[in-house]
Design a binder for this molecule. Structure first.
Ligand SMILES: [Zn+2]
Length: 270
């Protein structure tokens, strides 16, 4: 009898939480690009974000390596940064160093500051506006790097859902991506029910991270969009309409709001 009473109470509480819960809107982010090599992964992703059966016209935030010779440091890379901005996506800093993917914690405060200013200038040169966000390579940050981000007016954005498609981790071709997304979205649901993720403009922005340097991700972007929506349904995560951001500035504003608290459904990095 006591067990039944507890079960009933749990059901009632869950119903109340679900009724209060804001719907989720996926905020897509891509790290490490631009990729304009033989596979041209970034343009392939941009094309699918624009034209797909789930939400046409999705806008994302690309955390770019602005000076690496095969990324934003090349003429083709610069052209892709311009093209991404012209398509309504927002660019943000991942690395402003020619050496590329160096953890910010490995740099002195001065080196980090100079590299980020350089990254902001590189983005402004192609997009006409300074970047407002930063994502530290390998998710490595510290109170010292955060002080530099704050000084430059850059919000640090981490992630709620990680596709784990960075080649560095050996997940180049993941056959388990559906079950992995399900597990990540279950974590997001738990965090939302515990009221850990704040709402912005009537939705809860759930930050999702991919790597636009991964040609498997690029070849399967549309499928990933479908997987996100389908698995959200399976775990009982209510989605907003549309379920993805279709306005780049709104996505960036939501990211800035989320960056003000270092609270994400993902508790460990990557
Ligand atoms: Zn990275």
């Amino acid at each position: 009898m006591r067990y039944l009473f507890c079960l009933l109470l749990a059901c009632l509480c869950n119903t109340t939480l679900a009724a209060d819960q804001l719907p989720v809107r996926f905020l897509l982010t891509f790290d490490d690009g631009p990729d304009t090599g033989t596979t041209g992964s970034t343009p392939l992703i941009v094309k699918q974000l624009a034209d797909n059966p789930v939400t046409p016209g999705i806008k994302a935030i690309f955390f770019v390596q602005t000076a690496h010779p095969i990324r934003g440091g090349s003429e083709a890379g610069k052209a892709q940064m311009r093209a991404s901005c012209a398509s309504g996506h927002r660019l943000a800093v991942h690395s402003g160093l020619a050496a590329g993917h160096v953890p910010h914690t490995h740099l002195s405060a001065d080196e980090l500051e100079m590299s980020l200013i350089s990254g902001q200038q590189d983005i402004a040169a192609q997009c006409g506006e300074a970047a407002k966000l930063v994502r530290p390579p390998d998710w490595e940050y510290s109170p010292a790097t955060q002080a530099v981000y704050r000084k430059l007016g850059l919000g640090m954005l981490l992630t709620d859902v990680n596709a784990r498609d960075g080649k560095i981790y050996g997940w180049h071709m993941s056959l388990r991506r559906r079950s992995h997304m399900n597990a990540e979205l279950t974590q997001a649901k738990t965090a939302i029910e515990a009221q850990k993720l704040s709402g912005v403009d009537g939705v809860i922005p759930v930050v999702v991270t991919f790597h636009d340097t991964n040609d498997y991700t690029a070849a399967h972007m549309t499928e990933y969009l479908q997987i996100l929506v389908e698995e959200a349904g399976k775990v009982g995560l209510p989605l907003a309409s549309p379920p993805f951001y279709t306005d780049g500035k709104a996505a960036e504003q939501a990211a800035i709001q989320r960056s003000k608290q270092v609270v994400y459904s993902r508790q460990s990095w990557p």
